[in-house]
Design a protein around this ligand. Structure first.
Ligand code: UDP
Length: 328
């Protein structure tokens, strides 16, 4: 099979590319390297077994001509290219909306032209500030005021979902929409706000661990390898077409507990430092207090997928940073 992965040099995309290559598929990547990096896929490009099966284009998905050719060649499209990370969205408000809305618009239009199956990556952010757990795909989405820019990410991704569903309903385009929950693992950088790489780096340097707010907000962290497996299985499953599906883990942890665990696992001397949200992100910020997925739908479609407990995920990330001493 020929698979096009938009954003394939990104954190999740690079793991997915590797799994497809391992399976013997042909992988085409398009990435503008805005948050992705060729470092994420260098090991794939240098692997002799993958020679002639991996093709990388450095360009934006807004370049219609390039995308037209790539989608024409491939059998299936995995659309991961997007602005991601709370810090990145706040720092790049305009380009984030552009890429998330216009980029998906171009991808869907061209997939419809060639009638190619497409998986659209959405996010748990779309649930907004609900506080119950777990989030089911049929739950309401609740956002704050538009002056609080964090919600632009949720709103733009929700629009992507509507767009994809509209193509499915009106043109019978085979679309699958997945909502990724906090995905982590080796190679993720903390540059765009992601908490686990940030805490691990802080602990390894014995610097203060920066807990935003009072640390009672919770998340459930998923290993990127679980996410890549789930995406592949969903693409192979006819039952996933036209559906919205959560992909995540269900082990809920507070951010304070997370800091304490990482401190313990690294044997760090770091102090826990609580930083008010307005100091961390500016005045117009609102956090999500609780975020845990229901994975009933995922399992009903693809069956069980091996999961990773949080401590194993943390050990994996810690091991990665320890072996990359010059981490940024
Ligand atoms: N967070 C934190 N300190 C940091 C980075 C993040 O306390 O240095 C918090 C953040 O406010 C959120 C949680 O950790 O409550 C998860 O943040 P992340 O950016 O990883 O993902 P989000 O769930 O916000 O998309």
């Amino acid at each position: 099979m020929k698979v096009l992965i938009t954003g394939g040099a990104g954190f999740i995309g690079s793991y997915l590319a590797e799994k497809y290559l391992e399976r013997g598929d042909e992988v085409y990547i398009i990435d503008d390297l805005s948050t992705g990096s060729l470092d994420n896929i260098r090991h794939l490009q240098e692997n002799e077994t993958y020679k002639g099966r991996l093709f990388v284009t450095v360009d934006t998905i807004l370049n219609r001509e390039v995308l037209l050719e790539l989608i024409g060649i491939c059998d299936v499209v995995v659309h991961l290219a997007a602005a991601v990370g709370v810090q990145y969205i706040l720092d790049n408000p305009l380009s984030s909306i552009m890429i998330n809305i216009k980029g998906t618009e171009v991808v869907l239009e061209l997939c419809a032209k060639f009638k190619k199956k497409v998986l659209i990556a959405s996010t748990s952010e779309v649930y907004g500030k609900q506080t119950h757990a777990p989030f089911r795909e049929t739950d309401d989405c609740v956002y704050g005021a538009s002056g609080k820019f964090r919600w632009s990410y949720a709103a733009s991704k929700l629009m992507d979902e509507f767009f994809a569903l509209a193509y499915y309903r009106t043109m019978n385009l085979p679309v699958i929409i997945v909502r990724f929950f906090n995905t982590v693992g080796p190679r993720q950088t903390g540059r765009y706000g992601m908490v686990i790489p940030r805490f691990v780096k802080q602990c390894l340097r014995n610097e203060p661990i920066t807990i935003y707010g009072d640390g009672t907000q919770t998340r459930a962290f998923t290993h990127v390898k679980f996410v890549a497996s789930a995406v592949m299985k969903l693409i192979d499953s006819p039952k996933a077409i036209g559906e919205i599906i959560n992909i995540g883990a269900t082990e809920e942890v507070s951010i304070k507990e997370l800091a304490e665990r990482i401190k313990r696992l690294t044997g760090s001397q770091s102090e826990l430092r609580f930083i008010p949200y307005d100091q961390a992100f500016g005045r117009d910020f609102e956090d999500m207090l609780r975020r845990v997925p229901s994975v009933d739908k995922l399992h009903s479609i693809v069956g069980p997928i091996p999961t990773f407990v949080l401590d194993d995920i943390l050990q994996d990330v810690i091991g990665y940073f320890r072996s990359h001493e010059n981490f940024a």
